[in-house]
Design a protein around this ligand. Sequence first.
Ligand code: B12
Ligand code: SF4
Ligand code: SF4
Length: 230
Amino acid sequence: MNLTPDLKNYCKNSRADMVGIADLESFRNRLPVIPQNLLTPYAYAISVGIRLKDDIVNRISDHPTPEYSDHYQSINKSLDSLTAQIAQWIIQKGSNAMPIPASHTIDEANLLGNISHKAVARMAGLGWQGKSLLIINPELGPRFRLATVLTDMMLTADQPVKNKCGKCRECVDACPASAIKNVSTDSHYENRDIAINLERCNSKLIEFEAMPGIGHRICGVCIKVCPYGK
Ligand code: B12
Ligand code: SF4
Ligand code: SF4
């Protein structure tokens, strides 16, 4: 029996604002994952998103605010408890599942998590990869945070959506690190450097981390200015 509709209902009733399914076949040996055999036992990835509060995002100017820092932490916690709950639901139905933390940089030198939540979300149809490298949902824009559950449960995968950045360059012009290169893609970038200067972005975020009340490598400017989700 295909439990995709039940699973999606369960996610939405457990505080996910968005949910989609990605077929892992397209990622094998093409996406860096840690450890290298992470995907081997699994066939699908469930992408879930929790939206950011507009009132908090709208108050970001050219740097993050302490309120955004608190919100960032609380959504990460909610996502981690949501993915643990989803994994438990799947295990109770007789399949295997592994939740991936919302925001854990495992390889600091190369700035990598266990798996890119953005790649999973894109293949799960939650949005396109914008010029900012963020996933842009047609309704919410980039105003959400993501997490992933890997599973061997047989599910029905969703399909990616079309890129709608067009001629827009709001994130390019607003980035306080001048890191976004104004390069668009119909699918995904071969590597991150094609879209953004990661070194510049990361240095700016380290600068912001030291500001009073921030304490995390966050920014939020490319989230705030995107016309999608405003
Ligand atoms: C390390 C990290 C950083 C680093 C490096 C950023 C980066 N762009 O990778 C730093 C500290 C600089 C950073 C900054 C930010 N981050 Co950050 N970060 C992460 C983290 C922990 C890991 C990212 C990772 O492993 N990337 C690996 C590379 C290879 O993947 P990628 O960046 O997604 O890009 C490739 C893939 O997406 C691929 N791809 C896309 N589709 C497909 C399909 C197929 C088939 C294949 C093969 C590949 C593929 O194409 C891209 C190029 O190769 C993730 C959480 C996570 N585990 O995903 C959060 C995450 C990416 N960050 C996030 C956010 C919001 C931010 C900031 C806005 C900071 C903030 N919170 O205010 C900035 C934005 C910077 C920017 N414009 O990209 C969100 C993005 C949400 C969204 N709507 O898109 C995430 C997902 C956290 C979360 N839980 O929501 N981050
Ligand atoms: S997070 Fe900030 S510094 Fe990095 S690309 Fe977005 S706007 Fe630029
Ligand atoms: S601000 Fe404009 S260019 Fe940047 S991601 Fe959003 S739609 Fe695309």
